[in-house]
Design a protein around this ligand. Structure first.
Ligand SMILES: C[S@@+](CC[C@H](N)C(=O)[O-])C[C@H]1O[C@@H](n2cnc3c(N)ncnc32)[C@H](O)[C@@H]1O
Length: 347
């Protein structure tokens, strides 16, 4: 049984166990990405997505003065597709390649193995601790990384706050709300709760990562590019969901066999990053970012001499990425850097 009878754990501990338990965890035994999996991500829809990221990386490196040593770190690389395509795209940028230390920060040893099999490149390493990267300018890229981190939820009812738990009651898993003092929540989220906020979704782990990364950027320069689904609103909503075979799954069913995820509150992320003294934080939609990076022009070039069916496939995939009714606006791109860099390509 997942939990001992009549015992309970907070939501974030529950998610952590379901997704990352060393033996049974969803991400620890399984490649969930792709048509045969449970969900698909942008790099696995079109290689042009990763090409745009690669060009963006080279441009940023140029803008900060072609540093001779730079870390390019991907957070949570899944099946390795994005890094694989980035390395392919930059093949001709010799100076950039020889200046870059490519790094993947990955928790799942199963996915790490897939990544290592796919990416045959000399200058790449895998790390478990972000604090151990060399002290060079560092560019972090995170596609659907933050949505895979565990969250806590707090609900306000009649002016009392409750934290969401999962309880095993009479051998069945159920949600449970446990009273919590306001000051304990405020201590955790490191800010006062606005009066009209009746619901809070918060990831302690995301916050820890933002803090570590911001310190590195502040000290050694660089930036953080987050691409993820989410919303930009002061108000917080309950966005917790479980996904299996590309469809919503009943949350407390298929434990270890379905993904658990949530939407990023980008307004909250922006505030947090600014509080960490990173003074340039930009946000746009995936649609705007990819259009400004020239994804349509790139598609035109590569599909010029292709037969109609292949051309159609290329545009069909791009449409998935940029259409307002598909991933175009729900997915957002956040870029945090030091103002002095004066870099805003794609925004
Ligand atoms: C939703 S997948 C996204 C994969 C990939 N970026 C893509 O777009 O296809 C989340 C990835 O983050 C990794 N991950 C989750 N939590 C992590 C953590 N705390 N540290 C490092 N990697 C983590 C997962 O193992 C997985 O590779």
């Amino acid at each position: 049984m997942f939990l001992k009878n009549n015992s309970k754990i907070p939501l974030d501990k529950f998610i952590n166990k379901v997704l990352y338990d060393k033996k049974k965890g969803y991400y620890m035994n399984n490649n969930p990405i792709g048509h045969k999996g449970d969900f698909i991500t942008s790099p696995n829809i079109s290689i042009m997505f990763s090409e745009m990221i690669a060009i963006w990386l080279v441009s940023f490196w140029e803008k900060i003065g072609y540093p001779k040593n730079i870390n390019i770190i991907e957070l949570g690389a899944g099946n390795g597709e994005m890094m694989f395509q980035i390395l392919k795209t930059i093949k001709k940028f010799n100076k950039f390649i020889s200046s870059s230390n490519f790094i993947i920060y990955e928790k799942s040893s199963y996915l790490k193995k897939l990544q290592k099999n796919k990416i045959k490149f000399e200058n790449i390493k895998w790390i478990n601790n972000l604090k151990k990267i060399s002290k060079f300018p560092s560019i972090f890229i995170a596609n659907e990384f933050f949505d895979a981190l565990p969250i806590k939820q707090f609900i306000n009812k009649d002016n009392n706050w409750y934290e969401k738990y999962i309880i095993n009651k009479d051998r069945s898993l159920q949600f449970f709300e446990k009273k919590i003092k306001t000051r304990l929540i405020e201590k955790l989220i490191k800010q006062k709760i606005p009066k009209n906020q009746k619901f809070i979704e918060y990831s302690p782990l995301a916050n820890e990562k933002l803090s570590t990364i911001s310190k590195i950027i502040k000290k050694h320069n660089g930036g953080l590019l987050i691409i993820d689904y989410g919303y930009n609103d002061k108000k917080m909503f309950d966005t917790l969901q479980s996904i299996k075979k590309h469809k919503k799954n009943i949350f407390l069913e298929n434990i270890y066999k379905a993904d658990i995820t949530h939407l990023i509150n980008f307004d909250f992320f922006k505030q947090k990053i600014r509080n960490l003294e990173i003074d340039s934080v930009n946000l746009t939609t995936q649609r705007e970012f990819l259009l400004k990076m020239g994804i349509l022009e790139r598609a035109e070039i590569i599909s010029k001499s292709m037969p109609f069916s292949r051309k159609a496939d290329i545009y069909f995939r791009i449409k998935r990425l940029i259409d307002k009714k598909q991933m175009g606006t729900l997915f957002k791109v956040l870029f945090a850097t030091n103002k002095k860099n004066n870099f805003n390509l794609g925004f």
